[in-house]
Ligand binder design. Structure first.
Ligand SMILES: Cc1cc2nc3c(=O)[nH]c(=O)nc-3n(C[C@H](O)[C@H](O)[C@H](O)COP(=O)(O)O)c2cc1C
Length: 189
């Protein structure tokens, strides 16, 4: 009986780990099936989802644990629509900002990017759509910082859009392709 149990447990372990480490791992599943949404529905995102997403952003690592980011959550559809084309009512924009006075060689941009990515993945794990925007950042910093109430002395580094996905959008056809492992990975002998 003991031998049978050992064999059974070993078989369960092999089955659980077969096919690499993605099967049944919700984090890697979310990352590997994720994509930048284009088609958003007009359905408000709940405060509790935004709260959880923000906590995931705050949990990001940062150089010397400086955590120098600020997150500005904007639910003003008219204002958001003046920044992002095809903005759907109920979507939320999170503006991720860092200190303007970041010294040369500081990691402010890097840190803010990590927080952005944490929130991007967190949103997808909650079955929400997400998209990172860098295009409008220059104009936002020039013209809309005050209206957006970005904290004094901070500049926007990235914008994260979060919303419910339009039903029927095919995640596979929406996803962009990636370079192959052979193209981007080399193992030093
Ligand atoms: C730093 C950064 C800036 C981006 N800026 C924009 C943007 O201005 N407009 C946009 O539509 N998508 C933007 N994207 C989304 C990318 O186009 C998208 O992540 C990429 O094409 C890969 O697509 P996928 O995430 O669906 O696989 C940006 C992404 C990143 C990481």
């Amino acid at each position: 009986m003991g031998r049978f149990l050992t064999v059974l447990l070993a078989a369960c372990f092999v089955a659980a780990t077969a096919g690499g480490q993605t099967t049944g791992n919700p984090v890697t599943e979310t990352i590997l099936s994720g994509y930048s949404a284009r088609m958003f529905a007009s359905e408000p995102v709940s405060d509790s989802d935004i709260d959880l997403i923000l906590r995931c952003g705050i949990k990001a690592p940062s150089a010397r644990n400086s955590q120098s980011w600020k997150f500005t959550v904007v639910r003003d559809d008219a204002l958001n629509g003046s920044i992002i084309r095809d903005f759907a009512p109920g979507n939320v924009l999170i503006f991720i900002s860092g200190p303007e006075s970041g010294q040369q060689g500081s990691f402010v941009d890097f840190d803010c990017a990590l927080a952005t990515e944490n929130m991007f993945i967190a949103a997808q794990s909650l079955d929400l759509g997400a998209r990172i925007y860098g295009g409008p950042v220059g104009q936002v910093n020039q013209e809309k910082r005050e209206e957006l109430e970005i904290p004094e002395g901070y500049r926007v580094i990235s914008i994260l859009r979060i919303g419910h996905l339009e039903q029927g959008v095919d995640a596979v056809s929406s996803a962009s392709t990636r370079k192959s492992m052979e193209e981007v990975v080399n193992y030093r002998d």
